[in-house]
Design a protein around this ligand. Structure first.
Ligand code: ZN
Length: 185
């Protein structure tokens, strides 16, 4: 009987060269699998858990060099999600939400009802000084990406428990615009 492979080439089933051909194909497949090392490695037993908490603040700003509306003095209701990834401890928690609030709230309080102003925007700085208004002077344009990095830099200097492996900050400037960044410890 003639058996055809899927490729359509014909070999006699009883033919020794056909069996040798199959053997070589099996060897080739095994060698290819060996190249993918992860195939042979057992699945890691470590499972990561995540927790997250929302924070909110109101803040004024402007982008003085922006071509459009963003160069005007205006403000946003910011929403930030701080996400922590790590091992669950004996307490059943990665980290107590209470402790997370203690770390994040002081940074949020600095910004709440303040005006974030670029240190090169001298006219606005003078105005805020004269008005005695709350301000946060920064060395960057107050885009949502930069504010996200600002938070992450503040938070990464904090001593998190050793079971925490990753920290992610996601900030919504409006309900449909956000930036996010994460660091691994
Ligand atoms: Zn804005």
């Amino acid at each position: 009987m003639l058996v055809r492979t899927r490729r359509g080439s014909g070999h006699d089933h009883r033919d020794g060269s056909w069996q040798q051909h199959r053997l070589w194909r099996v060897i080739l497949c095994l060698r290819q699998l060996q190249m993918h090392k992860s195939f042979w490695e057992p699945t890691p037993k470590r499972c990561m858990m995540k927790i997250a908490k929302d924070f909110h603040w109101e803040m004024g700003h402007r982008l003085p060099e922006h071509f459009g509306k963003c160069k005007n003095i205006h403000g946003h209701s910011y929403k930030m999600i701080v996400e922590i990834e790590g091992d669950v401890q004996q307490s059943g928690m990665i980290m107590d939400y209470y402790d997370l609030k203690k770390i994040v709230n002081p940074v949020v309080d600095e910004l709440d009802h303040a005006f974030m102003v670029f240190d090169g925007d001298t006219e606005i700085i003078e105005f805020l000084k004269k008005a005695g208004s709350k301000k946060v002077i920064v060395d960057f344009q107050s885009t949502v990406e930069n504010i996200c990095r600002y938070f992450l830099n503040k938070l990464k200097s904090v001593e998190f428990p050793s079971n925490v492996h990753k920290l992610k900050v996601k900030i919504y400037e409006t309900h449909d615009d956000y930036a996010e960044e994460e660091i691994e410890f």
